[in-house]
Design a protein around this ligand. Structure first.
Ligand SMILES: NC(=O)c1ccc[n+]([C@@H]2O[C@H](COP(=O)([O-])OP(=O)(O)OC[C@H]3O[C@@H](n4cnc5c(N)ncnc54)[C@H](O)[C@@H]3O)[C@@H](O)[C@H]2O)c1
Length: 446
C-alpha cells in the first residue's frame, strides 16, 4: 500500500511540501492551526506568493475540477494521526523575543498534539530548522506520549528550499539529508523520496545531530559569504574601489564561485538572521561558543548595511530627511516572494520614516504583508506612482520589474533624479545616460 503523508504546518515550507508530495503521487493531508489558512488551501488558494505553487496545489486539491484529489487539508490532529504513515513537521521556529535562542514552543506543541493520536507504527519527520540536540529530545518525548510507543519513530530531514524557487527545490532537491536512528526510518524516507532519488538527488544518511547541524551550518556559510562581500564593499567605499568588479574577478576562482557575491543591503527573511543567532546561542549552551563568534561579526556587518543605506539616502537629500520625499522600490526580503520577515528593504524604509522622511513604498507582491508590519509608511500602486515627486529613489529589492524600469520615464515625475541602488542590480550607465545621479553600495561615486 502506498504511504499516506501528513504535513503539519502549512506555511512557506509546509504548503509547498504538501503540494510536492501530492505531485509525487502520495495521498496527502495538510494540517495547520490557523483555520483561515486551511480554508484558503481547501479552495486551492495559496496563502502566500510563491511562483508556480498555486498551479501545483490546484492540480491536486480535492474538490477542484480536474484535480487528482490527492491533497486535502484539516485542522484536526486526530484526523492526521489516523490518516498518516509519515508525518512531516514543518511548523515555524522563530527567534525568541529578547534572546538569540530559537523558540521551540511551536514544534513542541505540534509533537504534543500529534503524539496521542499515533496508535499504529508511524514515522514523524522533522523538517523545521531546530537547535542541535532537539531531535534526540523530541524522539524520547514522542515515544513516551504515543500509544504506539517505540513504533512512533522520529527522523530529521532538514529543508533547503529557497523562497522564490520553492516548488523546483522541493521537487528536485539538490540533496536530501536523512537523520535517522533505524533502518526502518531510512527505508521509509527512501520510499517517500524515491522519485527525486531516481532522478539523481543525493540521499545522505547520518545521525540526528549531524542532520540538524547540516542545516544551520549551510545557512551560516551563506550568511558569511554575503557578509564577506558586504565587508569588501565597505573597504571599497573607503578606498574608492568597485566591489562589483571585485566580486566578478574573485568569483572566477572556482573555489570562491560567483554566487552570493552581490554586495548590497544584506540578507534578511525568516531564516538566515534567526538561524545564525540560534546557532550561536546553542553553541554557547554546548560550551562551543568560541567556534561561532565569527557569526556575531557576520550579523553585525549585515545589520550595518541597513544603517549605511539610510546614511547614504540622508546624504543624497542634503543631510536631513525633514520635508523630503523618499521612494522605496521593494519591500520583500528577496524578489519572487511576498515575505517581508526581517526584510532589509522595509527596515531601511522604516528607519527613514522615523527620521522624518515621507516614504512611499512599492513592491510587486509584498504590499499586503508590508502594510501589516509598517502601516504608517506610504504605499503606491506602481513604481511610477511611488517615485512621483521623490527627492531620492531607493532600489532595495532586486525584482526584475525594477531592472526593466525606464529611467527616462521615471525621470519625468521625480523631484530629483537621484537613485541609490541598494542591490547593485540596476545598470548604472542606463540611469546616468537618462540624467540620474546613480550611487550604489561599494562603488565609486561616478
Ligand atoms: N521559508 C523557508 O524558505 C524555509 C526554508 C527552509 C527551512 N525553513 C524552516 O521551516 C520552518 C517553517 O518555516 P516557514 O517559513 O514555513 O514558516 P511559516 O511561519 O510560514 O509557517 C509555519 C506554519 O506552521 C503553523 N503552525 C504553528 N504552530 C503549529 C502547530 N502547533 N500545529 C500545526 N501548525 C502550526 C503556522 O500556523 C504556520 O502556518 C522553520 O523552522 C524554518 O526555519 C523555512
Amino acid at each position: 500500500m502506498a504511504l499516506k503523508i501528513t504535513v503539519i504546518g502549512t506555511g512557506y515550507l509546509g504548503a509547498t511540501h504538501a503540494a510536492a508530495m501530492a505531485e509525487l503521487g502520495f495521498e496527502v493531508l495538510g494540517l495547520d492551526v490557523q483555520p483561515e489558512k486551511i480554508e484558503m488551501l481547501r479552495r486551492g488558494e495559496v496563502p502566500m506568493y510563491e511562483p508556480g505553487l498555486e498551479e501545483l496545489l490546484r492540480r491536486h486539491v480535492a474538490g477542484i475540477e480536474g484535480s487528482t484529489g490527492r491533497l486535502r487539508f484539516t485542522t484536526s490532529y486526530e484526523e492526521a494521526g489516523a490518516f498518516g504513515d509519515v508525518h512531516f513537521v514543518c511548523v515555524n521556529t522563530p527567534q525568541k523575543h529578547g534572546e538569540y535562542a530559537c523558540d521551540m514552543s511551536y514544534v513542541e506543541a505540534a509533537f504534543d498534539a500529534l503524539a496521542p493520536h499515533l496508535t499504529r507504527p508511524a514515522l514523524v519527520v522533522g523538517k523545521s530548522t531546530v537547535p542541535v540536540g532537539s531531535a534526540a529530545r523530541l524522539a524520547q518525548r514522542l515515544a513516551a506520549a504515543a500509544p504506539a510507543g517505540a513504533d512512533a519513530e522520529l527522523a530529521w530531514n532538514p529543508e533547503f528550499l529557497r523562497e522564490g524557487f520553492a516548488v523546483q527545490d522541493t521537487l528536485h532537491p539538490d540533496r536530501i539529508v536523512a537523520g535517522v536512528t533505524s533502518e526502518r526510518a531510512e527505508a521509509l524516507l527512501r520510499e517517500v523520496y524515491a522519485t527525486p532519488i531516481a532522478a539523481g538527488s543525493p540521499f545522505i544518511v547520518m545521525d540526528y545531530p549531524t542532520a540538524e547541524l547540516v542545516k544551520t551550518s549551510a545557512n551560516s556559510f551563506l550568511a558569511t559569504k554575503i557578509s564577506f562581500i558586504n565587508a569588501m564593499a565597505e573597504v571599497c567605499e573607503a578606498a574608492d574601489g568597485d566591489v562589483v568588479k571585485l566580486a566578478e574577478a574573485i568569483g572566477h576562482d572556482e573555489r570562491i564561485g560567483r554566487k552570493f557575491l552581490r554586495a548590497g543591503i544584506g540578507f534578511g527573511g525568516g531564516c538566515l538572521p534567526k538561524d545564525i543567532r540560534a546557532f550561536m546561542a546553542r553553541a554557547g549552551e554546548l560550551g562551543a561558543d568560541q567556534a561561532l563568534t565569527f557569526l556575531r561579526e557576520v550579523d553585525s556587518i549585515n545589520m550595518r548595511r541597513r544603517g549605511h543605506m539610510v546614511e547614504l539616502a540622508r546624504d543624497a537629500v542634503g543631510g536631513s530627511f525633514l520635508g523630503k520625499r523618499v521612494a522605496v522600490l521593494g519591500a520583500t526580503f528577496k524578489p519572487d516572494s511576498d515575505d517581508v520577515r526581517d526584510s532589509p528593504a522595509l527596515n531601511v524604509a522604516g528607519q527613514i520614516h522615523l527620521q522624518g522622511g515621507q516614504v512611499t513604498v512599492y513592491d510587486p507582491k509584498g504590499m499586503t504583508n508590508a502594510e501589516r508590519v509598517f502601516p504608517t509608511l506610504g504605499y503606491a500602486e506602481s513604481a511610477l506612482e511611488a517615485v512621483r515627486g521623490a527627492h531620492v529613489v531607493l532600489h532595495l529589492t532586486e525584482w526584475r520589474e525594477f531592472r526593466e524600469l525606464d529611467p527616462a520615464v521615471l525621470g519625468e515625475v521625480v523631484a530629483e533624479r537621484s537613485v541609490l541602488d541598494g542591490r547593485n542590480a540596476l545598470d548604472p550607465e542606463l540611469w546616468r545616460k537618462a540624467g540620474w545621479l546613480y550611487r550604489a553600495l561599494g562603488r565609486p561615486r561616478s
